[in-house]
Design a protein around this ligand. Structure first.
Ligand SMILES: [Zn+2]
Length: 148
């Protein structure tokens, strides 16, 4: 699939908009995640990044991204979390007051799909709480992997 190449200044704008302090490491981490297009863990980011990154810097970048809602942390198998950008068009729902992010992760290839299907949180939240955001993780096998 053709993919727009993000320049350093594109990424700087994205990070600044979210109130994230911009460093070269953070730009590289963001680009790596953007180009990977699937959920990713820390060591994959280090492997795939165009520049050499140390683990602590990657970890700090991810924590900063997560605090500002730029990425979502997905509990991975064996305790290693995986991360995915939340600002993809599929994950972003225009109605921010009742936002439900639904992620599907393939256990076999790690592919991730983000979508929303619920019009209202009330459709699946059983109790009356003032919830303004929800993340739902579905795990299974994607259509590509089940075909093989
Ligand atoms: Zn798969």
């Amino acid at each position: 699939m053709p993919h727009t190449r993000l320049t350093d200044s594109d990424i700087t704008i994205i990070l600044k908009k979210k109130g994230i302090y911009v460093t070269n490491t953070r730009i590289t981490v963001y680009r790596t995640m953007y180009e990977h297009k699937a959920s990713i863990n820390t060591s994959q980011i280090q492997k795939l990044a165009s520049a050499k990154l140390d683990r602590v810097s990657v970890y700090r970048a991810l924590q900063a991204f997560r605090k500002k809602g730029l990425i979502a942390e997905i509990p991975g198998t064996r305790g290693w979390p995986r991360y995915v950008l939340t600002n993809t068009s599929a994950a972003e729902v225009s109605d921010k007051t009742s936002r439900v992010n639904i992620y599907f992760i393939c256990r076999s290839c790690g592919a991730i799909e983000a979508s929303k299907t619920f019009r209202s949180l009330a459709e699946f939240v059983p109790v009356k709480l003032d919830i303004y955001k929800a993340e739902l993780l579905l795990e299974g096998v994607c259509s590509n992997c089940s075909r093989n």
